[in-house]
Design a binder for this molecule. Structure first.
Ligand SMILES: O=C(O)COP(=O)(O)O
Ligand SMILES: [Mg+2]
Length: 230
């Protein structure tokens, strides 16, 4: 465990930042309603019982495949239904994407402030790239990002460091000078392994575990707060 710091300002002194990589679900947009709506439709297609949103919140963050497998296990469905579930989910998600979700307070202010400091911005999510781009567009956030990469963009997803390393390359920013802003252990573990400083928001989805127990450089209550502390 690294020493726990209450604010992320310390790493700004170690190395001036060139870029920031921002997670999507649970960090910029509260998408639990979209996930629940798409999963409800998928479960209905398969004549399976619905799963409460609070349970879905604990399964989000490791990409669609993991989410679908976790939901099927939760309702004690035959794992052999996976392919049908996947196809149903892929059909329904674009229809609900953005309709049951809200941008968190402080996101637009935070992104503006990061940009005003001259940082290049990328969005890196485990959500499929097409869904991520559509959601960012729908919420008016797409203009902030030089790069957008989803969970299907690289051979492995967060918490593997590969997506962060590739995103740093795409931004032309060394990992040590690229801040990861996320909401879960997936973001933090990937950032640690890639060598990126990492700050977590206090309000997202961290598999039902306290986010302050995750090894990170700091925690903030909004992206606006993160930008102000740099
Ligand atoms: O698991 C997902 O689809 C969302 O993941 P994210 O938190 O990386 O955006
Ligand atoms: Mg997230």
């Amino acid at each position: 465990m690294l020493p726990v710091r209450s604010t992320p300002s310390a790493f700004a002194l170690q190395a001036p930042l060139q870029a920031a990589i921002v997670d999507l679900d649970g960090t910029m947009v509260d998408t639990l309603g979209d996930f629940s709506a798409a999963l409800d439709r998928m479960l209905a297609d398969l004549s399976l019982p619905a799963v409460p949103a609070a349970a879905v919140a604990e399964m989000v963050g490791k990409g669609s495949e993991h989410l679908i497998r976790s939901v099927l296990a939760r309702v004690q469905a035959d794992p052999g239904l996976y392919d049908a579930a996947w196809a149903s989910y892929q059909r329904h998600y674009p229809q609900v994407n953005g309709r049951h979700s809200q941008v968190y307070p402080g996101v637009v202010e935070g992104l503006r402030a990061l940009q005003a400091r001259g940082l290049a911005l990328a969005c890196l999510t485990n959500k499929p790239t097409d869904f991520a781009r559509a959601l960012l567009r729908d919420k008016g956030l797409d203009g902030f990002f030089a790069q957008v990469f989803g969970g299907d963009a690289f051979a492995r997803k967060k918490p593997d460091p590969l997506p962060l390393l590739r995103t740093c390359e795409a931004l032309g920013s060394p990992p040590g000078r690229t801040l990861m802003l996320g909401d879960s252990s997936n973001d933090a573990q990937a950032a640690r392994a890639a060598g990126c400083p990492v700050v977590l928001v206090s309000y997202g989805y961290n598999h039902g575990q306290p986010v302050r127990a995750v090894d990170a450089d700091g925690w903030v209550d909004s992206l606006a707060e993160a930008a102000a502390l740099l």
